[in-house]
Design a protein around this ligand. Structure first.
Ligand code: FUB
Length: 328
């Protein structure tokens, strides 16, 4: 099937999707039109608030917009760029994790708390201690909650090694292991890391850590889901514009590359989540076709996702790829 536009009424992107109770909730970024030109810092992604969407029927039902659930003006420490968020539930409370730049233009991760999945969310006065970079995913695994984050280039991950800011931000050389996303167990109160974030290793087919020069290497947009007892890590390759995935036996990895889920979409970014709802699996993602290709004005999409008998994800045929030629 081809991808379906989920919410044509507004420009939204980076869908993190969760099922709470019998309803499906979408936590997207809320794109805005801006005066910035596109650059490697991602200045054109200048979002200022979050909406929550929900539905009880992904492909045919009404998509309800619950309105603005958190605005940057409510967040004392945040100055600009509220990027990809995610929500997790524990003991009847809902926690929204979101990256934003502080007044020194450094990304950190904030937490906001609500009594309902559709908010409104009340932000904590300070970001999570020791947090940095972007693109949040929270995996609920039994009674544990794991937070994944990270993104290179505008996501600032190249500014850190071993969770410490370095003096000379840089990416690995082409033949060196790529930077990986980070993962940490969340504390019982869900407001801080329970441990120092660990680097996730993605292995290639030879069992070697994937090199920075490999076009399938991690760039941003980590998502983790479970299928048949295995952990699936998927990510955007950024400047190669695909979504790839790997499989592992632990939420901490390592994850062995399995293949590509989605080819390049219209617009520079690609970003997704994978969720099971009412017995079917879905890929949520975005493209920039409705805005005429403006990378900073993206539209949410969804397509059904299938696995083969060996648990491999069958690549989604969105039916609208056209920028392969531009970027490869
Ligand atoms: O939406 C801003 C950024 O663009 C996200 O954080 C990235 O994943 C990319 O989609």
């Amino acid at each position: 099937m081809t991808g379906k536009y989920l919410f044509p009424a507004d420009y939204m992107a980076d869908p993190s999707v969760k099922v709470f109770g019998d309803r499906l909730y979408i936590y997207p970024s809320h794109d805005v039109d801006v005066a910035f030109t596109e650059n490697d810092n991602g200045d054109c992604y200048n979002m200022r608030d979050y909406h929550v969407l929900s539905t009880d029927n992904v492909l045919e039902g009404e998509i309800v917009d619950h309105g603005c659930v958190l605005d940057i003006d409510q967040v004392e420490w945040a100055n600009r760029q509220m990027w990809d968020c995610d929500c997790s539930e524990k003991n009847g409370k809902y926690y929204l994790y979101f990256p934003a730049k502080d007044y020194n233009d450094v990304f950190h991760i904030g937490v906001a708390v609500a009594d309902k999945p559709e908010g409104p969310f009340i932000p904590m006065p300070a970001p999570m201690r020791g947090s940095y970079s972007i693109d949040i995913c929270v995996l609920a695994d039994g009674d544990k909650r794991y937070i994944y984050f990270g993104g290179i280039w505008g996501g600032q991950l190249q500014r850190y090694r071993d969770n410490l800011a370095i003096d000379n931000p840089h990416l690995p050389k082409e033949d060196e292991p790529a930077l990986g996303p980070k993962v940490a167990l969340l504390a019982d109160d869900m407001l801080q890391f329970a441990e120092a974030p660990r680097e996730i290793v993605i292995l290639d087919e030879n069992g070697e850590p994937m090199k920075h020069g490999d076009p399938r290497r991690f760039f941003e947009a980590t998502w983790v889901h479970k299928y048949n007892g295995k952990y699936y890590l998927s990510w955007s390759t950024g400047d190669y514009h695909t979504i790839c995935y790997g499989v592992g036996d632990s939420p901490y990895g390592p994850f062995t590359i399995k293949g590509e889920i989605l080819k390049p979409m219209i617009g520079w970014t690609t970003h997704h989540s994978i969720v099971e709802y009412k017995g079917k699996w879905y890929l949520f993602y975005h493209d920039s076709q409705p805005s005429g290709g403006k990378s900073w004005l993206r539209s949410l999409k969804v397509a059904e996702l299938h696995y083969d008998e060996n648990g491999n994800i069958i690549p989604v045929d969105d039916g609208s790829y056209d920028n392969l030629k531009t970027y490869y």
